[in-house]
Structures are given as C-alpha cells and as structure tokens.
Design a protein around this ligand. Sequence first.
Ligand code: NAP
Length: 468
Amino acid sequence: MTENAIGTEANPLRVAIVGSGPTGFYTAEHLFKQKAYVVEVDLYERLPTPFGLVRGGVAPDHQKIKSVTKAYDRIAASPRFRYYGNVELGADVSLEDLCRHYHQIVFTVGAQIDRSMDIPGEDLKRSHAATEFVAWYNGHPDYRNREFDLSQESVAVVGVGNVAVDVCRILCRSREELEKTDIADYALEQIAASKVRTVYMLGRRGPAQAAFTNPEIKELGEMEVADIQVPEEEAAIDEATRKFVEANPDPSTDRKVEILQRYAGEKRSGKWKRLVLRFLVSPVELLGGADGGVRAVKLVKNELFLDARGGIKPKATSAFEELPAGLVFRSVGYKGVPLPGIPFREDRGVIPNEKGRVLESGGAVKGLYCAGWIKRGPTGVIGTNKPDALETVTAMLEDVGKGLHLAPEAPAVSAAEAMVRSRKPSFVSYDDWKRLDALEVERAKGTERPRVKFCSVDEMLSALRKGS
Ligand code: NAP
C-alpha cells in the first residue's frame, strides 16, 4: 500500500455510522479490530443519548442486560472514534454532507415502528403499539408525552414475543419492584398507581410456537404481585405440533412447553394481579365502548396445521369469544422506516442489501452499507448484531481493497466536525454523554434506582449546560 493509499496513517479510511444502538457500536468495534487498514469512525445519533434499544427498549427491570454498554464505552474510548449525538440525518445533516466527508457510510438505525394487525377497531382510543408503550416507560424523548389509560382493569397484549413479555411484566410489577429500576419517573408513578389487575397475553399459535425465550417466560412465574395462569387446554400440544416436534426435536422448545404446562397445572396463589397467557386465539376486531375507546377484543379460536412448506400455521375456526379489555397493546413485531435518499423495501421494512452492501436496482450502491435490524429485520437478541455487523464490515473492507468507496472532498476529522458544528451547534459529544450519564446516576443517589433518566432533549441539553 502506498503512503497515501486509503486506510493508512496519512490517509485513514473515514467511516460514518448512522445510529448508535448496539449494531452501530459493533460495527465500529469490528472496524477498529481489523489490522489491514487505519480506520476512523464518526458515529451519528439522532438523540443526545447513545445505545438505541439498550436505553430505550430493553426493559428497565433488566439492568444486567444494560451492562453491555460498558463494552460500548471501551469502543468509544478509541482516539479514532467520535460521537455526534443530537444530530439527525435528513434534518440536520444530509446524505450529501456525509458523502463529502466519508469514504463509507453505514446505516444502523434499527427498526423504529410497529407492525399493525390490520383488523377493524385497531385505531380506537386505548389501542396502542407496544413499541410506543415501551419507549414511553423507558423515557424516550419522542414518546414521553404519550398517554396510556392505566385506569383500565383489563389489558390485552397481542403477540407472544419477548417484547410482549416485557410489556406484560412491567404492567404486573409493584411500586417496590419498579423502584429498583431506571423506568422513567412519570411511568413509575402511573404504573404504580394503575388499576390494572388482569393482563392477557395472546398467542395465535400454540405454546411450542411461542416466540418468547425460556428465561423470559420463567421470569413471569417469579413476579411478586402477579400470578401467571395458562388455560390447561391451550397449553396442550396438538396433533400437528406433536408430529412437527417429533420430526424436528429441539430441547429448548420441549423446555418451553414444560414450563407453560407447569403454569397451566398450578393454582393461583392469591397475588392481587394476574397474567393470563392464552394460546390459539387471534384478535379479529377491537370492540368499542360508549366512550369511543376499546372495551373488548373479539377473538377467534384457531387450529394448527402443517403447511406445504413444513411450518405450523394457525387456521381460524368458527368459534369466537369476547375478551374484556379496556386497553390493548399490539406487539406483533417492529418495522424499519425509510431514510431520506436511501433505498428501502417497504414490504419487509428493511434496506435492500447483499451482505450489508446497500442495493439499488439489483446493484450495490458505492460506499453505502447497513447492519442490524434495518438490514435483516427485527430478529434476535443484542448479541446477534455482532456477527451481523462483522458481515457488513467484511464487505466494506473487501470493497476498500477493490477501490470501491466514495471519494470525499474533505475527509479530515476536523472538516467533518466543522460541518456538524455549523449544522447543529448543540451536538453532543461522547464526553458530554458521559457527563449526562454521571448526572443521571447522581440523581438516583439515596434510592435503589440505578439512574433517574432525563427524558427530554431540552432537559438533557440544559443539564449539560448547568453541569459544565
Ligand atoms: P417477535 O419475537 O417476532 O414476536 C412477534 C409475535 O407477534 C409472535 O408471537 C408472532 O406470532 C406475533 N404476531 C405477528 N403477527 C401477528 C398477528 N397478526 N396476530 C397475532 N400475533 C401476531 O417480535 P418482538 O417480540 O417484537 O421481538 C423482536 C426481537 O427482539 C425478537 O428477536 C426478541 O427476541 C427480541 N427481544 C429480546 C428481548 C430479551 O432478550 N429479553 C426483549 C425484547 C425483545 P407468530 O410466531 O405466530 O408469527
């Protein structure tokens, strides 16, 4: 490599990563770990605070999972890393701006909105996306002003993935349990004072097909003030599933079914809340009450069958049921949103790509990449994004080797910083974030809470001004 080749001390490979969730950090980590090129990374984030779903999605009572951010701090400590928080692509900086300053741009923006159920009544008052409730209780600035009517006694959560589990668990927690978490202050007060007594979690297929994972479902049996119930007949294994499981043995599915059947066999212990886990039911309509809000969910009972492609699918029967519920959360998956000027597949809610290379009309767009949920869809746990980011970084480095990258007119670190400073003077650096972080922890002193979050951008910026 000649001295002035890209990826040398004299001429480092300059990479912009857009989105500071786990995938953004793993992408930076892989870029720093490889030895072939000298790389500098600038990480852009719409919010002042980093970490994406680790801060705004992972449940507040799952603090252990959040400790993964220590590894992100180590990545951010590299002298070749810069963080531009409070800077939004499209609003503050454009794709053209980034192309002027970087050889490669990676989108790691995740999947920000919910999928809908497409049933009548879904737009009624008190029918919400679970993703919005999650963002609200986690103090996400965009969702802090949302209102959820927690004066309802019965709540239905549609879907049996880990997000549905989180929502049900948080609704079933006591004030004492919530006071040990970093849940947003307003959410702590409202959930602790809520009238919610019964939470239904609704699965359209059977226990063996439930998307939640075993540690999560076990945790539901250990809540202080809520009993878990599963109707015995719905926890049973049907004929189609029995054949499927015999042909595709999986110890973790066996364990899941075992846990659920144990719950089905248990008597209520008299705790004041209850979580009822239902299987083989699909909502077909949300029914409105006199006040224009949801009063019940009309359910159809399903049977399961083995489809031609070998999967277990639900089929509606003619048996219906009305489940009383004054508040409904649909938790049927996340979906990505398009970024201005970047190709997007509406049907899957992802950026079309080949191993992370952004595709347009079937060909790779030079210099543009993606990783994480916006690349593959909303699947897997935090760690799944590490190998996913590696695949993208491998493609990026292969392309650099072939000279396939953008030709920025101003690749210097200082030029990019000057651009950001001029577009968004109130940008937040990683040092600023570390100060905010310390202030949040400080605010929790004398309580059992790990931190008391700032939940609005103004609050964050003003704390930084005061704290400096
Ligand atoms: P998910 O795991 O894909 O679950 C979606 C659920 O919605 C499934 O039960 C699915 O049922 C159901 N569903 C889809 N369309 C439906 C419809 N029209 N009617 C009724 N039900 C419907 O998605 P998620 O819960 O949003 O989680 C996203 C990812 O984040 C997952 O990989 C999850 O494991 C991960 N996550 C992990 C944790 C953790 O580790 N603690 C916490 C939160 C999230 P079918 O299976 O029948 O389609």
